[in-house]
Design a protein around this ligand. Structure first.
Ligand SMILES: *Cc1c(COP(=O)(O)O)cnc(C)c1O
Length: 363
């Protein structure tokens, strides 16, 4: 018998939102609306699609392993040195590179709970120990995190805005936290939804010194840039950490199509602005409609938010599916009566509200 390390056996597999086509087949529905995976409702950036088409002619070549053009474009865009930028096959991959490069068995990594499920998986895959610190009123509790830091702590994850609650950490809170946390650990700030933030007090990890503690900021092209299927994200970090991750990174972890698509998307300001406007309009419509129906929800700084359905979220998920609407049940995140949806197009949002009201009305 094959011997599987016990820390790998303990990992709970990540269950992604099911693809639309699969659900439609399973449930015999058509024309369904997917609001379960925080995807971009308006599609991919057309400039990115065009760049990918052009880049396809060179598919017989290996990609540029250093991703020179995209790295230079990001360096310009962010105002950070090229040596501080590391690309990944989605920002998911960078989480895995960080945990493998910086953690070993016996080390602890602090993870707010609930937050993005990949942190737990990647910490365990590295053989290290996740330490969960509950949110307070849906917000990451920095005081509680500081209280859990020990000499074994090597990493702290901060998802800002936090998935699945949509809450943010202010500049002031981040400053106070980074001043007080020991200098010998890494603070990983995941900003997958930063483009949607409306709170003027929000601050990016990129604004803080990269060292002591090591602040690693993660961003992605999967959400606001509409390129989730392409798999490309990046991290901004101290150059010594980037060098370390480069040693264990697969040399061609971002494909030539991903590099070309992301570079074009970065230049497609009009698409980004249209995405943000669509999402904000969608959220405001949904908040308003739910308020009027007396359904409790939690406003968010991301492109998604939580709704308290006051009954089993798994049941509501199932009944919404039969109405052709795919939502995310939060039971796996410790909220058995909450669902999470992302803002969709105007017509999708209207259909969602109609279906939810129908599903929640006692028969
Ligand atoms: C979607 C998401 C990501 C992005 O993952 P990719 O691998 O870049 O697609 C990262 N963090 C959080 C919290 C997310 O929700």
């Amino acid at each position: 018998m094959l011997r599987v390390p016990s820390h790998i056996q303990k990992i709970e597999p990540y269950t992604p939102g099911k693809p639309l086509e699969e659900l439609e087949r399973e449930y015999g529905i058509t024309d369904s609306v997917k609001l379960a995976s925080n995807e971009n409702p308006i599609g991919p950036s057309p400039l990115a699609v065009e760049a990918i088409r052009r880049a396809a002619a060179g598919l017989h070549r290996y990609p540029d392993g250093a991703a020179h053009d995209l790295t230079a474009a990001l360096s310009d865009h962010l105002g950070v040195a090229k040596a501080c930028i590391l690309l990944g096959n989605g920002s998911d991959e960078i989480i895995g590179l960080l945990t493998r490069a910086l953690l070993e068995p016996g080390d602890e990594a602090i993870i707010p709970c609930p937050s993005f499920l990949m942190y737990d998986i990647m910490v365990r895959a590295a053989g290290a120990t996740p330490i969960f610190v509950p949110l307070t009123d849906l917000e990451i509790d920095l005081e509680a995190i500081l209280a859990r830091v020990t000499e074994k702590t090597r990493m702290v994850f901060l998802c800002n805005p936090n998935n699945p609650t949509g809450t943010t950490l202010t500049r002031e809170a981040m400053t106070r936290f980074l001043d007080r946390v020991p200098p010998n650990l890494a603070v990983v700030v995941d900003e997958a939804y930063m483009e949607f933030v409306r709170d003027p007090d929000w601050a990016s990890g990129i604004e803080f010194p990269l060292r002591d503690p090591a602040v690693v900021t993660l961003r992605t092209f999967s959400k606001a840039y509409g390129l989730a299927g392409l798999r490309i994200g990046y991290g901004v970090m101290d150059r010594e950490i980037a060098e370390l991750l480069n040693r264990i990174r697969p040399p061609f972890n971002s494909s030539s199509l991903a590099q070309a698509g992301a570079e074009a998307a970065l230049r497609d300001r009009a698409f980004l602005e249209k995405t943000i406007a669509t999402v904000h309009m969608g959220l405001d419509f949904l908040y308003d409609a739910l308020s009027r129906e007396g359904i409790r929800y939690f406003p968010s700084q991301a492109n998604f938010f939580l709704i308290d359905v006051g009954q089993s979220a798994d049941t509501v998920f199932d009944r919404m599916l039969r109405e052709g609407i795919i939502v995310r049940s939060m039971s796996a995140y410790g909220y058995p009566e909450y669902i999470r949806i992302n803002a969709g197009l105007a017509e999708e949002n209207r259909r969602f509200v109609r279906a939810l009201v129908k599903v929640l009305t006692p028969r």
